[in-house]
Design a binder for this molecule. Structure first.
Ligand code: TXA
Ligand code: MG
Length: 326
């Protein structure tokens, strides 16, 4: 998908770091080493940049991504840390721990990176190159593992290139990852903290610190905490009508492509995901446009047909959830 890029292999020196930070700040994709696995990084505040991650990975759905930060102070601008979250961060950051916390009012991580949730996954990695890159970039960096979807996570620059050469702007070569498994994910939301994914920080170390057993909750779609199951997180208040080829008076309309459906002039509000039919642009806009249309007060949001190819599969998946009966 998309045009082939020339993927630069950047050395772990000052020039390589400066170049990597520059690419990220311009909305490009840079794979970089962390102590767990190599991450495929993009500016988390830029939904178009985040959409490129999904396209490069051919990720079939918009899982929420982890936002990487240079310090606890930076993380506290993005999320709300309760007592437990703060103690975990102080004990295990920088390091292989991701905390899922409620979004702060000052959060700049895009809706797309959060998959539309009101929580955000935050991590301060320990790898010195990752730390230097995050400092130089000066923004939260969204980064899933730098592999194509369905493949094994990469722990060196060669793995990354094997999967993603020609699909990303650069890889920062920092040798092999130390931890080699992804971060442990703990949700500190309402109720007791939950282990969403076992990883680089052992459960026991966390339980010793917090003085209680960690409840379990699976990552990525199996537990009520995981986004896939929380239909309501994707569901606007308005009814959602898919594959609309005509518009009823007063409906809000989510368009895709150059053609307006019949009756579009009578719409209460109209937004176009991508006038020239670019699925990456559409993905970048999806969650925020749904929110805006819902805020118009219309009883129904009519959605133009969107092709099921490439990112369209993920877009349609989320739209079907939004349209599902509740
Ligand atoms: O070690 C790691 O964590 C690596 C390196 C690059 O940092 N990253 C990584 O990202 O493994 P990824 O995208 O493969 O895993 C992110 C997981 C997803 O399974 C998602 O379910 C969970 O984090 N996650 C992120 N934000 C969340 C949220 N707000 N609520 C629930 N789960 C969340
Ligand atoms: Mg992964």
């Amino acid at each position: 998908p998309g045009s082939m890029l020339q993927t630069a292999r950047l050395r772990a020196d000052a020039a390589g770091l400066a170049r990597a930070a520059d690419i990220l700040r311009r909305g490009g994709l840079v794979a970089f080493p962390t102590e767990t696995v190599y991450g495929l990084g993009a500016d988390a505040t830029d939904p178009q940049a985040v959409a490129r991650i999904y396209a490069a990975k051919e990720r079939p759905s918009f899982n929420p991504l982890i936002a990487h930060l240079d310090s606890l102070e930076s993380a506290q601008r993005q999320g709300v840390f309760d007592e437990t979250a703060r103690r975990l961060a102080e004990a295990f950051w920088p390091g292989p721990l991701t905390l899922v916390v409620p979004v702060a009012p000052t959060c700049t991580v895009s809706h797309l990176a959060r998959a539309g949730l009101d929580s955000v996954g935050l991590r301060v990695p320990a790898h010195p190159l990752a730390h230097a890159l995050l400092q130089a970039t000066g923004r939260p960096v969204a980064a899933p593992s730098a592999n194509r979807s369905g493949r094994v996570s990469p722990t060196d620059a060669e793995h990354v290139l094997g999967d993603l050469d020609g699909r990303i702007d650069a890889v920062l070569d920092g040798g092999a990852s130390q931890v080699g498994v992804e971060s442990t994910i703990v949700a500190c939301l309402e109720g007791p903290p939950r282990l969403l994914r076992p990883g680089g920080v052992p459960r026991e170390a966390i339980e010793t610190l917090i003085g209680t057993r960690l409840e379990s909750g699976a990552e990525g779609g199996r537990s009520p905490l995981a986004p896939g199951m929380l239909a309501s997180h994707y569901a606007p208040r308005a009814r959602v009508r898919l594959n609309a080829t005509h518009v009823e008076a007063g409906e809000a309309v989510l368009l895709f492509g150059p053609d307006a459906p019949k009756g579009a002039k009578t719409a209460r509000m109209t937004l176009n995901l991508s006038e020239n039919g670019d699925l990456m642009e559409a993905a970048a806009h999806l969650f925020s446009y749904l929110r805006q249309l819902d805020a118009s007060g219309a009883a129904t949001i009519a959605v133009s047909p969107i092709p099921e190819t490439g990112l369209g599969e993920a877009i349609n998946d989320r739209l079907r959830r939004a349209a599902a009966e509740r």
